[in-house]
Design a protein around this ligand. Sequence first.
Ligand code: HEC
Length: 203
Amino acid sequence: MSKQILILIVLLILSGVLVDAFAQTQSFDSHIAIEDPADLSKEDARKIYDDLKSRMGDLYAIADLPEIEGYQSWKLFNDAPYVSATHGQRYVNNYANAIAVNYAILKAGEKLPVGSVLAKDSITVTGDGRIFPGAMFGMEKLAEGTSPETADWRYFMVIPDGSIVGDTTGDNPQLMTYCHECHLAVEDRDFTFYVPEGYRVQE
Ligand code: HEC
């Protein structure tokens, strides 16, 4: 192999590493929506998620939030990760804990039980093939009267280095006010949107 080709290969490898490092820092600012999410088949999205999920679980666990501990063993309500325009154009999933018994079947005006936790983890997959864990978006139903301004929902966001970006019951609650402002659109479903049609797990 000629020397030039070797140098070229080394340069290509190095630039790949640099792109990855850049992507990683980008992912830490979860407010930046990615511009070119990849258009994956359900099968490919499942595969990418399966490869990454145990690492994602470990990364969110650094935040030490008991509410989302072991969330990957909860019921998953979507049949494949799907792009969520409202959560940074990332591929997301919707998990709910065992207390959230009526999450899938809420009728207008009904509420989820106190202690329900909904966990939406996410992956960034860009059109040019970069893949890395994204933020975890969480909602927890608090005791009645605890947080009237958010209809007793707690909203929080954890990024995949274990930092908590914001928590309506903890640090930087002001960074989470936009969550409820948008979720207000589905007040009659106790402020939950559920899973888009076409991605719902069939009972
Ligand atoms: C601009 C609107 C919008 C904003 C802002 C928003 N969401 Fe959502 N959220 C949605 C929609 C739409 C869905 C359901 C479909 C989807 O996943 O995209 C959803 C679903 C969820 C779910 C799954 C439970 C459910 O069915 O609603 C969680 C958990 C969640 N969002 C948390 C958050 C958190 C935490 C924030 C703030 C950091 C946030 N959301 C900001 C629109 C929004």
